[in-house]
Design a protein around this ligand. Structure first.
Ligand code: NAG
Ligand code: NAG
Ligand code: NAG
Ligand code: NAG
Ligand code: NAG
Ligand code: NAG
Ligand code: NAG
Length: 301
């Protein structure tokens, strides 16, 4: 019991010292520490870590509403073990996996996504009605190594000069409208360059869908089985190339970068629960040492 009491006094003292010291400097504020994922969090089968952040933990920071602790565009929603990500527009995608990598202090990686509508529609020809686009502020990009596209030419009619694509690419299934429809791997489209322009006039709708690239040469892909390919989803990647010098310095000092809705760096969120303008070194180091906390935890038993 005396130990516990001593601990409380010690903690109080340390907090008072801390308050009278570094924090009076004015360059630090507290922030809501729930903004940052301190430990990897499991959502279903997916492990979520910084630079991803939970869209449910978007907060006010420095007067910017909708600020977050992570990189622009890496917001995650976790609902009932389902991990979702919103890209451009209202469309949300199921996160199948996130793969993290690092070199030195720099992080990079990729995230595997799939359209939940396509996943639920178990048919061989699910409905395809929108492009997959990345919001302008997002740091995500389609990694050239692993992305191919299927191009859907929907509801087409071919008056005289316009040449129709070969029958192997014609869709014979799916809810695709009145006219003829075709789906081509994008790398097969250039050879029809002459009429690609005309195809956009011949067809009511053109949809480009990213898919995993098939590095094993020609697959068993066929136009009336494209559902299989779409259900495998696609990849997006991120790296530190868009990171400002301030954010890099922040991360090197063990901080997390805070960004606002416009994708501007607005502060360094430090493990001591304080926000610094640049890095977590200097003022604001935690005065309550881990040994003190350990001692006090022991006192509770
Ligand atoms: C988790 O992984 C298992 C096995 O791979 C799979 O059957 C299940 O559907 C996955 N759950 C989610 C929510 O993706
Ligand atoms: C998911 O990502 C981890 C790395 O974070 C990797 O080890 C694993 O193979 C990936 N799983 C799938 C199904 O791609
Ligand atoms: C990573 O950051 C630490 C500071 O925390 C620094 O000492 C080290 O040189 C950095 N490593 C690289 C490869 O930049
Ligand atoms: C990203 O995806 C590729 C497969 O396309 C994989 O080889 C790689 O290990 C993944 N992870 C990272 C961190 O790049
Ligand atoms: C989808 O993207 C392609 C290529 O950028 C474009 O030609 C087409 O009009 C887009 N479709 C829709 C419905 O926005
Ligand atoms: C980093 O991302 C940019 C796009 O933001 C990309 O062009 C570049 O190739 C990536 N660098 C690496 C090493 O993957
Ligand atoms: C952290 O910032 C302080 C000034 O705020 C500066 O003196 C120091 O060099 C910085 N540390 C690093 C590692 O950049």
């Amino acid at each position: 019991m005396p130990l516990l009491l001593l601990c409380r006094r010690l903690l109080l003292l340390l907090l008072l010292v801390a308050a009278s010291h570094g924090y009076a400097a004015g360059d630090t504020n507290g922030y809501d520490s729930s903004m940052c994922l301190k430990e990897p969090m499991a959502c279903g089968n997916v492990s979520i870590s910084y630079p991803f952040y939970l869209s449910s933990e978007i907060k006010d920071l420095n007067g910017y509403s909708s600020s977050y602790c992570g990189y622009p565009g890496l917001a995650i929603e976790c609902n009932d073990g389902k991990t979702m990500m919103q890209l451009d527009g209202p469309y949300k995608y199921l996160v199948k996996n996130i793969s993290y990598g690092s070199y030195g202090n720099d992080s990079y990686g990729n995230v595997s996504l799939a359209d939940p509508v396509v996943l639920e529609d178990r048919s061989s020809c699910p409905k395809v009605d929108h492009n997959v686009t990345i919001p302008w502020f997002s740091w995500l990009y389609f990694p050239g190594m692993s992305v191919d596209y299927l191009v859907f030419f929907l509801d087409c009619s071919f008056p005289a000069p316009i040449v129709r694509p070969p029958a192997t690419y014609q869709l014979t299934c799916g809810n695709i409208g009145a006219g003829q429809s075709f789906v081509l791997p994008k790398d097969k489209v250039p050879e029809y360059n002459i009429y690609y322009g005309s195809l956009s006039q011949a067809c009511n709708k053109i949809i480009e869908v990213p898919v995993l690239s098939d590095n094993s040469g020609d697959s068993e892909w066929s136009s009336d089985e494209y559902g299989q390919v779409l259900r495998q989803g696609f990849q997006l990647a991120w790296n530190e190339s868009k990171r400002s010098a301030n954010c890099a310095q922040c991360e090197q000092s063990n901080g997390r970068c805070g960004y606002n809705q416009e994708g501007n760096f607005i502060g360094c969120l430090c493990p001591d629960g304080r926000e610094h303008s640049r890095n977590c070194s200097g003022s604001g180091k935690p005065f309550v040492s881990s040994t003190t906390l350990l001692l006090c935890k022991g006192g509770h038993r």
